[in-house]
Design a protein around this ligand. Structure first.
Ligand code: NAP
Length: 257
């Protein structure tokens, strides 16, 4: 049904683990050359080893997405490695918790700097290469937290994730004349190293709150990202897709039966 993405080139930020790793593996399996980006090179290299062992093409690149020189070098590295840049998955994100009253200005800056400014810097670093070929696909990893829901300790995180969608809508308008689409995946609770780090109680509580009675997998998110990257999604821009097993649907605990 879908045209092949084989031969395309994709940058995935935050790809050393979790959702980003899942996106990197999925795009590599679809035949894309993948630039695996995280701050820790050794961890990015481990994902590259996994991809190449499975017959795929990938390179590791160390970058902090909150630093403009790093994101510029990241885009250049994709062009050097694969000769083209078709797709950006701006996925890198952090979610430290701090309740209001305890949250410092530095905490707020760190989360906004990585999640929101990092999105802006990653996107703008890739534009010249995409505009030159009059085509491109940009997929942001936002969240249900912020755009739709809230959770104690994540006021800064929710603001960063809602902010990504505000950024996306204007970016989609500005980039449409260049054949570049900008869309977002909004994961619910997905089994990743980061989420498991929230602890057993958090995980069990979230499972009970999901109508499908399970947490999501990184493949659930990667498949949605793959759709936004496809030729068939060429006329879809500025949109967000919630992938949460129905988590935002119940009006109350009673609705879960
Ligand atoms: P994770 O397992 O903690 O992985 C985060 C990734 O981002 C790692 O590869 C990390 O590598 C990288 N990273 C962190 N800060 C970075 C920076 N400044 N520059 C470059 N890379 C950076 O997290 P995850 O759960 O997969 O989350 C990934 C994305 O999905 C985030 O945007 C998160 O907000 C979103 N999300 C996750 C869930 C969930 O349930 N897991 C739900 C909704 C949304 P290094 O530490 O080596 O840099």
């Amino acid at each position: 049904m879908f045209q092949s993405l084989a031969g395309r080139s994709v940058i995935v930020t935050g790809a050393s683990k979790g959702i980003g790793r899942g996106i990197a593996l999925r795009f590599a399996a679809a035949g894309c050359g993948v630039l695996v980006v995280s701050r820790k090179l050794a961890e990015a290299e481990a994902v590259v080893a996994e991809i190449t062992a499975a017959g795929g093409r990938a390179r590791a690149h160390a970058a902090d997405v909150s630093e403009p020189e790093h994101t510029a070098a990241m885009a250049a590295a994709a062009l050097t490695a694969f000769g083209r840049l078709d797709i950006l998955c701006a996925n890198a994100g952090i979610f430290p918790a701090a309740r209001l009253g305890e949250m410092t200005a530095a905490d707020f800056d760190q989360v906004i700097g990585t999640n929101l400014k990092g999105t802006f810097l990653s996107v703008t670093a890739c534009l010249a290469a995409m505009k030159a070929r009059n085509t491109g696909r940009i997929i942001l990893t936002s969240s249900i937290t912020g755009p739709v829901t809230g959770f104690p300790g994540w006021a800064h995180y929710g603001a960063s994730k809602a902010g990504q969608l505000g950024f996306m809508r204007t970016a989609a308008i500005e980039l449409a004349p260049f054949g570049i689409t900008v869309n977002a995946v909004l994961p619910g609770n997905i089994i990743t190293e980061g989420l498991l780090g929230m602890g057993e109680d958090y995980v069990r509580g979230m499972e009970a709150a999901v109508p499908m009675r399970r947490l999501g997998t990184v493949a659930d998110i990667a498949n949605a990202a793959l759709y936004f990257a496809s030729d068939e999604a060429a006329y879809v821009t500025g949109q967000s897709l919630i992938i949460d097993g129905g988590q935002i649907l119940p009006e109350s605990q009673a609705a879960l039966g």
